[in-house]
Every structure is written in C-alpha cells, then in structure tokens.
Design a protein around this ligand. Sequence first.
Ligand code: F6R
Length: 585
Amino acid sequence: MAVDILLDGLKRLEYRGYDSVGVAIASEGLKVFKDKGEMSKIEPLIPRWNGQMGIGHTRWATCGRPSKENAHPFVDCTGRIALVHNGIIENHLELRKQLEEEGHTFTSETDTEVLVHLMEHYYDGDAHATLRAALSRVKGSYAVAAMVEGDGHIVVARKENPLVIGVGVGENMVASDVTAVLGLTNKVVYIQEGESAIVSADGISIFDAQGSTVDRQPTPITWTVEDAEKGGFEHFMLKEIYEQPAAIHNSLLGSLDEIYAGAVIPDIDVSSVKLVACGTSYHAAMVGKYVIEDLARLPTTVELASEYRYSPGTGECPFTVLLTQSGETADTLAAAREARRRGCRTLAVTNVVGSTISREVDHVFYTNAGPEIGVAATKTFTTQLIAMYLLGLRLGAMRQTIDRTKVRHLSTELRSMPRYVSGVLDRASQIEEVVEMLVDARDIFYLGRNINYPTMLEGALKLKEISYIHAEGYAAGELKHGPLALLDASTPVVAACVNDHTREKMLGNISEVAARDSPVLGIGVEGDRELAAITDAMIGVPRVPPILSPVPLTVVLQLIAYYVAKKKGCSIDKPRNLAKSVTVE
Ligand code: F6R
C-alpha cells in the first residue's frame, strides 16, 4: 500500500529534522492526513487507505509556523489536486492576493499553498502541463510533487532543490533525497535543474526546461542507508559545511530586494543597537557590531546573553537583536524577556520558525539555513553573518549612511557569496593536508584583527569543541600584552590577514610570532605573496570586499577544525559534553 511505503520513506528522512508530517493517498478520491509533531505520534493515527499512489512530506517550517494547517500536502478547492513542496516561493504574497481575488480559499499561512491553487487555476486535464504553467508564474526555488486524483501518475519538477526518482519493479518512487528510496531500490534517476517528470507505476518520462523529452538511464546506488543520510559525506558537519552555498543563497532569497521595503526590520527610529547571544551566535554578533558601525554608523554594543540578563541596565533602550540559531537557548530567551522588560524593541535572528524566541520578540529574521544536525554550528553561523549584512545594509539605507553605489556593490558581492564559498570548498584537500601542522599541538592561537578578530574567535571555538585541542582566539594587537610569552615552536598560530586597513599591522604581528619560532598557518586572499612569504603555509580565499571576508575565512576555519578532529579520531558530530540546543541555564 502506498501509505506504508510513504511512511517508511519519510521515517528514513527523519534525521534531517522536521516539525510536521503529512500524506495524501489516491484511494476512491483523495485522502489526506497531516499534523504537527513527531512521526512516532502521528503514524499510528494515519488510516491505512487502500490506494496505490500517494505523496508525503515532512516539513521544516520556513514560511508560517509549524501547525496542522501549514503542514503539507496541500489540496486545491476542488479537492482533486494534492501537492508537496520543498523550497521557497518568493512572490507568494502577490500570487496569493491574485488567487484570492479569483475566489480561491486559502487554509494556511504558507508560500507553498499558492502552487496548488495555481494548478487548480490552470488545470485542463493534463497535470504535467498544468504544473509547468503554474511554475511559470513562480519566483523562487522548488522541488515539487503533485497528483490529480484519478490520473494514475505523479508530476514533479525541480529548481534549486534536489529531486530523485527511485526505479523499482512494477513501482517507481519520487523523493527529495536518495535516503528515502533506499531499501526499495538501488537504481535512481536524478532530476536536473529546471527539469520536470511524469512518474507512474510502470513508467518515467523526463522533460527539460523547454518541455522536450530527456533520455536518462538510472544510476546504481551502492550506498548504505547510513551513508545516504549524510549524502555520501562522512559526517553531518562536513555535509553541512558543503551545504553553505545553498544555505547562504536561501538566506538571501528575496531579502536583498525586500531590504528597502522593511522586510528585515520595519522603519523605526534606531539610535543605538545591542546584539545579544551565546557561543557561536555571539561571534556572529561581534561581526555584526563591525558591520552595523561601518554601514549604519550606529553605536553598537555586544553582550553575552548570560551576562546581559543579570546586568543592571543603563536606562537606555537600544534596538536589541538576539541571535540564536535554535531559538531555544535559555540564556538568550531570558535576555529577550529582559530586553522587553527594559522597554527595548527586539529582533530575533534565528533558524527555526516557530521557535520560542520567535514568540518573545517584536520582529524575526529567519536565516533559512535548513536543519543542522552536527552539534558544531556551521551553516547556521555563516547565515547569521548574512543576516548581519542585511541588517547593516537596511539600517545604513534607512539612515542614508551608505550611498547607492556601495549598496549595489555589496549586494552584488553578497549574491556572489555562494560562488565564493564554493571556491573555498574546492580547496578542501589542500586544507586537509596542511592541518598536519596543527594535529599534534596542545595549544593553538588564532589571530585576527578588526572584523576578523571575531572570525578567529569562532575558528578557535570550532577547533576546541570538536578536536579538544586548546585553542585561543586573540586580537592580534593584544599579543604583546601577554600571550606572546606562551609562543614557541610547539605552539602553532593560525592567522587571518586580508586586504583591509589593518593588513600592514597584521603582517607585522605575524612576523613577531614567526620570530618566536611558532609555526604559522596564514589565511589570506589568494595570490598574496607577501603573506605566503612570512608564513609556513598559506590558504588562499577568493578576494571579496573586506567587510564580507568573515564568510569565506570561516569556511576555511571550519574545514581546519573538521580535518584536525578527523585526524585525531574524534566524535565530530557529537562532541563530548555538548548539546545542540542549550535549554538550561
Ligand atoms: C558552537 C555552538 C554553540 C551555540 C550556542 C548558542 O558550535 O553551536 O556555541 O552557538 O550554544 O546556540 P544558539 O545559537 O542556538 O542560541
């Protein structure tokens, strides 16, 4: 029965994180069951309908909170078309308005629901043509599967979201990830960007973006379920590091265009900003201080949530931004409540829609990085950085402290960031080799200046938490005030030096360190011969405006931490003593 196959497949995807579950089965009409919550609680409630065809979905909320109404599948007003979707429909508000004016009744807050109503609008008996017509109206990203009751086939399409067809005997399956179909088949056909397909029990037809037929042979899969969960990567952390180009893209989706429309924060009178967070999120906040001061010329302070919540306060009410990827960190939640008690307007930057923090603040910015399984934050950090750039640009535009040319330049560079990050990922094997110089160290110093001082704090934290090597991030100018006493040939230094106004000073600091015989691993702009000449090894990153350099540098630092921990045989995804979400004080 289709329902059992669907539920098995969805269970294999549970590791990715989700907040609601739903299935639709073609069985004497369309039958739908969906709800918010865990699979183990929902599964026993789902009737075992007799149908042979169906679609199912586990949702990780991005647009609209986790709820029964917002869970997929969605059904049109006639009750004949059902649809599930991964991705983000950017122009959903505009489409929804038009469809409502035409008489369509919406039942959810999601962007996805416009797709099923668009299909209803275009439906002429050919589900594949209807789906293509509906998608031609849409801006955004999708992997979508839809079925029309009585049709005997499912229609699918993809743009910027994965989609795979499992080829069985007398049955075929569609999924967003190979993991879901393992166990049923080891032959799959990957749907490529812009393609669509018609899938029935005994046939698969694939079409390119122009609608012409594509001939593609299935690929045999040799992965185990374990391998597949990690997409072929050895650890979730590595998979998530590699997901960063897509995560950054999703984080930016729509936001750059909407920045002037008040999507990130509304038009309010801001005279100072306070950024509050813990751990890695605190480092994103520290980068945020440099960004906001530079772009918006606003006095900005940064505080650890665990300190802020017990601080006396000054009677002033800065615009208070709370960064927490999970949205559940106890100290940050307490800080949000304290900020509101003090009368401050609050904004949360979080990755989890419907998380507790989103209900405790005045405004929310979602980073849309997708679920993160590895305990060490990676893609949720770089997307928090993106949020800081968007906030800085928005505040700068509001206050007219940056001119249009600079805004345009930074926006273009931000749009190119997924490509720059891919450029860093291409250097992974060089990084894997170079970390030999760090593996046996007991202590390592991470040095940076200016906006890359917090970048190096984050690099040191990443190394500490997964490799258990003592690593200390330091502002390079502070070396001479104490830590220089610790440096010798057994204490390597990782130093960031980019093309900003502190470059000469940083080169000087690196020379001081090298003079104490510390082995130095430099990270700088590719082709920087001067840096290469004074370091023992150098990793180059693509040249970006210095204010954006924390993003590519961070990806190098994540890979350094990862490969050191791997060489030491550490438990990378679940480091000792640490939890993904720190819900206790
Ligand atoms: C480190 C890490 C932690 C978290 C911290 C705050 O890799 O993940 O330092 O950053 O516990 O968590 P959130 O961002 O969920 O508030």
